[in-house]
Design a protein around this ligand. Structure first.
Ligand code: NDP
Length: 296
């Protein structure tokens, strides 16, 4: 049995952790809000740790899935943090969509305790997490990834080493910048077509058999916007964080990214307007209100 600790039972963390609640893994979970850990433990029959340190103690693999690198830093080095208890030889796998620079600092601090770090953010949404078919983009040492791979395979289908520590986070940030551009531009295009007298259902039928199609046009808009369902699966606040990381990384690398910069500003405005709980696809509502049409 491989002992695994999972910290962060949020929208995507809980279904990911669910796949680790069976042999060959022995799972212990920790969540800031205890009630969520209680629910999870009741359903899955696993142990709840009292603190991040309690979770990490004796674990061979410690997995974090938190909003951003800021919270990962808190559970690592705060009172009763992971770093106080993690075993020499253990691996911290950070599935948060985080910041490469912060991760390089975490890796250096963990190395001084004899522990290893890989960043391993995921893509595929809550549905992919439930199905165990996530894409996992990793940064770190190849030999460390091989040791962590069985745990990642519990919830991931495609697992790719992108480069050194922070590379997984960099790829994830850019991928979500593209998602933001696709959601926003699809909403703008459909709003304009509506004003030109073409309904969104007909427009999407054509676009999805044409060169302008994307995951947004093929899945997100038909399932969530045209139906007005707008399920809350991935918070707009988290997309705002991701595209902000992408814009920052591009600037640091000296790459001009005017389109990503503009999308980052628009997504940030939508986040401020719609609040912390809005889903990322609800950004389309801001486009609708600016255009004075409903995309249907
Ligand atoms: P949620 O907002 O649903 O959950 C966040 C989790 O982090 C909760 O367990 C929350 O605990 C915990 N948390 C928040 N603040 C703190 C803190 N200060 N200290 C300790 N724990 C804290 O986020 P998701 O599960 O949706 O996302 C997690 C990560 O995965 C993010 O980086 C996100 O960008 C990424 N991601 C999400 C996807 C999705 O579809 N949802 C898809 C791909 C990546 P509490 O219960 O107490 O609030």
């Amino acid at each position: 049995m491989t002992s695994v600790a999972f910290l962060g039972l949020g929208a995507i963390g809980a279904p990911m952790a669910g796949h680790l609640a069976k042999p060959p893994f022995e799972l212990v979970v920790w969540n800031r809000t205890r009630a969520k850990a209680d629910d999870f433990a009741r359903q899955k029959g696993v142990r709840i740790a009292a603190t991040p340190a309690d979770a990490a103690r004796n674990a061979e693999i410690v997995i974090t899935c938190l909003p951003s690198s800021r919270e990962v830093g808190e559970v690592l080095t705060g009172d009763d943090g992971i770093q106080a208890a993690i075993s020499s030889g253990a691996i911290l796998v950070d599935c948060t969509s985080g910041d490469p620079a912060a991760s390089r600092e975490f890796a250096a601090n963990l190395a001084s305790c004899g522990a290893s770090f890989i960043d391993a953010p995921v893509s595929g949404g809550v549905a992919g997490a439930k199905a165990g078919t996530l894409t996992v983009m990793c940064g770190g040492d190849a030999a460390v990834l091989e040791r962590a791979r069985p745990a990642l395979e519990a919830f991931g289908k495609k697992i790719v080493l992108c480069g050194g520590v922070g590379s997984g986070h960099a790829v994830k940030a850019i991928s979500n910048a593209l998602l933001a551009v696709h959601v926003w531009s699809t909403a703008e295009g459909l709003a304009a077509l509506k004003r030109l007298g073409v309904g969104a259902d007909i427009a999407l039928d054509v676009i999805n058999a044409s060169a302008g199609r994307s995951n947004a046009s093929q899945n997100l808009f038909p399932e969530r916007v045209l139906t007005r369902a707008f399920p809350r699966t991935f918070r707009l606040a988290l997309l705002d964080k991701d595209i902000g990381i992408a814009a920052k990384l591009a600037a640091e690398s000296g790459t001009p990214v005017p389109l990503i910069d503009l999308a980052a500003r628009l997504i940030h405005e939508a986040h401020i307007e719609l609040g912390e709980d809005a889903d990322h696809v609800e950004a389309a509502k801001v486009v609708e209100s600016r255009a004075g049409v409903i995309i249907q």
